[in-house]
Design a protein around this ligand. Structure first.
Ligand code: HEC
Length: 176
């Protein structure tokens, strides 16, 4: 049971975060895929994980990671923010349209999408699939829905908080 819990904790960790030093990377370094839980980590793996988490926590979320996060929310839904209208069901847009919508959505907070060629299509799809709730300006219809124009989306802030918890946990385990 204990091992199972460890595996669950480690796999949960893999979906956390998505924040890294200011970067123009086109892809997100975080692994959002939890389908294959890793084995119990060795000391060296824990040290590597700690280093990676510290670097991810040291800067703002990269646009690439924001895109990955938004794509995940579109495809899998979201229930972590506890809005009165919560949860957001998955599938308000087709999976193949999600990357373009995510590319447009990151521009709402003034970021540059790493995929500028997707933004225009994304903006049309956003208007058709998302604006009904989040507003055509993405501001969330006066608090009724999450504001997608924030520099850091709330779900990402939650993930960062969990990453920080994991950092403390790793530091403690490694110090023992
Ligand atoms: C029926 C209303 C509705 C529609 C349509 C909708 N959303 Fe949402 N969305 C929500 C709600 C409610 C939440 C908060 C859910 C929760 O509590 O976690 C949310 C959360 C989100 C979040 C997380 C925000 C954060 O601060 O972390 C993103 C990103 C998002 N939506 C993007 C989209 C996109 C893109 C579309 C269009 C494909 C879309 N939503 C369509 C209601 C909607």
């Amino acid at each position: 049971m204990k091992t199972l819990l460890t595996i669950a904790a480690v796999s949960a960790l893999l979906v956390l975060g998505g924040c890294e030093k200011k970067s123009t990377r086109k892809t997100c370094r975080m692994d959002f895929n939890t389908s294959t839980p890793p084995q119990k980590p060795t000391r060296a793996q824990m040290q590597a994980e700690l280093q990676r988490l510290r670097s991810l926590l040291s800067g703002p979320c990269s646009p690439a990671c924001c895109e990955t996060y938004i794509t995940e929310v579109i495809n899998k839904g979201s229930d972590v923010l506890q809005y009165p209208s919560s949860p957001m069901d998955p599938g308000f847009a087709a999976e193949e349209d999600a990357p373009a919508i995510a590319a447009f959505t990151v521009t709402l907070s003034g970021k540059k999408s790493p995929h500028p060629e997707r933004v225009q299509t994304g903006s049309l799809l956003f208007a058709g699939n998302c604006a009904g709730c989040h507003g055509s300006d993405g501001k969330g219809n006066r608090g009724a829905f999450p504001d997608l124009t924030l520099p850091e989306l709330k779900g990402m802030t939650l993930r960062k908080r969990k990453m920080a918890e994991r950092v403390r946990e790793l530091e403690k385990t490694l110090a023992d």
